[in-house]
Design a protein. Sequence first.
Length: 340
Amino acid sequence: MGIDALSTPPKTEDSNETLLEFPDNRLLIDLCGQFDRNLAQIEHQLEVQILRRGNQIRVHGDSLARAQTQAVLQALYQRLETGRAIEAGDIDGEIRLGGSGGGADEQTPAGDQMELFKAGKIEIKTRKKLVVPRTEAQSAYVRALFEKELAFGIGPAGTGKTYLAVAVGVNMFIGGHVDRIILSRPAVEAGEKLGYLPGDMKDKVDPYMQPLYDALGDFLPGKQVAKLIEEKRIEIAPLAFMRGRTLSRAFVVLDEAQNATTMQMKMFLTRLGEGSRMVITGDRSQVDLPRGVFSGLHDAEKLLKGIGDISFNYFTSKDVVRHPLVAKIIDAYDGADPAK
C-alpha cells in the first residue's frame, strides 16, 4: 500500500491540531517505536505534542511545526512500507530534510544513481545498507561525488564527509563504474609519536587507517573486504605511498587532507588517471602539521576554487550527525577561537 494510503481527515474543531490516519496498524507500531520513543524524539525536536489512539495520530502545535511533523511521519511510514527499519538517526535526518528523504525504490539497481536523482531521491546503495544523506549539505555533497571527477568535502568532524565518500566509492565499485577503491590518509601524529608504536610499518600505520576500515565494514561484508584488499582491488594506504603512481579507473579518497603539506597535496591531485574519481576531505580546524608547515588543503582550496569542474562542498556544526553534543562542542570551540 503506497504513501497515498495516508490520509488527513477533515479539520477538527481544534485549529491547532492535525489528525493523521495510517492504514496498517503493524507499520504504525513500528513508526511509533518501542514505548512511543520515535514519537517522543519528534516531539522534542519539533516542539509539538503527539497523541496516538488506534490508527490515528493527533499532532498539536503551531501550523508550521504540525506541517513539518506530518511530512516527517509520512516519510518515515513510507520508509517502513519499503521494508526498512527506523533508527533514531533516520528520524533526525528526516527532520533536518523536512520529510523530503522519502522511501527508496528497492528495484533500482546499485550504481544507477542518476535515475534516483531524476526521481528526486539522494541515496547510496551498498551491499550491506542503504545510506541516505541527513542534511541539505550532505545531499549536495553526495550529488557532487557522483557528478564531478574531483570533489572536496570541508568541515568539522562528524559531518559524514569521509563516510559518505566511502559509501559512494563502494556504490560505484559494485556498479562497475570503477575497478578499484583507494583510500588514503596522511600518517601525521596527533600529539603522539609514530615511532614508539610496536610492530612493523604496517602495524604502526594501521591505527591511522582504522576509520577507513570501519567505514568499509559498514558497506561491505567483512570477508569480502578482506578478499578485495588481498586482491588489491581495495587499497588503504598512507599518503606517502601514492607517490609515482597513476590511479586509473579508481575511486580515490584522501581523508584528513588538512594534514597534507602543499607538496603532498599537489602530488596526490596529479595522481588522477583516466576514468577515476577523487574526493578530498578535511577539517581546517584540526591541522596537526608542525608549526610553520602550511596545510595543503588550504592552498588547494585557494588555488583550485576557480576551476569549474572541481566541486567544493562545505559543512558546519549544523551538519553534525553524531551525538547532538558534538555540534555544541564544535560551536563552543569555534566561538573561543579568535582565528574563526
